[in-house]
Design a binder for this molecule. Sequence first.
Ligand SMILES: [Zn+2]
Length: 329
Amino acid sequence: MHARPGQPGAERGAPLAWSVLALVAAFLALGLGRSLLGVHGPGEDPAHAFDADHAWAHLEALVALGPRVAGTPGGEAARAYIEDELRALDLEPVRESFRAPTPKGPLQMANVYVDLPGEERDGEPAPVVVIATHFDTKDLPFEFVGANDGGSGTAVLLELARALAAADPGPLTWRLLFLDGEEAVRRQWLDPDNRYGSREHVRQLRRSGSIDRVRACVLLDMVGDAELKLTRETYSDRELLDLFFEAARRGGHNLRVGARGQAVRDDHQSFLEAGVPAVNLIDFEYGPGNRYWHTEDDVLEHCSAESLGAIGEIVLLGLPDLEARYGGP
Ligand SMILES: [Zn+2]
């Protein structure tokens, strides 16, 4: 991803009436006790289904693979790890292969995704919410392992797969999407040299017509910082951002959400460009002045299991709100 300082995203007001409606709808969904809450006892917090130690073990395994640059054996090793872990959960990952034209010539890339289907209604498949992250690392002239940038989101999404696969089907289908080729091949982030995987995935969604079923995209990126504090990312859909920041406060993670606004170019933009509301859950201040970003300092020592656990809980707390918002008739 890439920052665009001085380029705040469009500010849109969140109408109070809509917020109240969403709250009421969320309350009703909780009352029905379906989907995410259905597998838990009364009063038990569904967010506790997320195991931070599991997520941390994934992160260690990914970092141990070394660089995961798109179109290289390291990238393929990461993809194979993701697929193996999903299969171990009795899930059936789909590999979405494509040839990406890049400034260094065509590169073979592939996304991986898995659908956790929601309940059909009136014979119609459930609407889809995509939860996405990238697993590739930026090609840099040193051993760049991207513990936070590329590793943390992947580790969290794999553990979310375990937690969500154990829940009863709800009104939404969760598509867990592991993206290749987020990073620019060149040193600089210059369109279209970036977001290869998400642009391809959106292209396929459009081609098949299933883009119409996609209600929202939740992107996780750089969520492993030991001093995690989410940025108010300004390209993000404002209401979705508020929804997850509010979920964080509700879950006691108010110190994990910041007031600092910044525009960060990232995979969520591919969905926004297709008219799908999208939010980037990202902490774009990794070390003082973001100094660990895209450096040798993006290592396990600057991440923590606690941060992975916090973001996992925040996502799980926000998903019932998404069900209430997008899963209705
Ligand atoms: Zn990056």
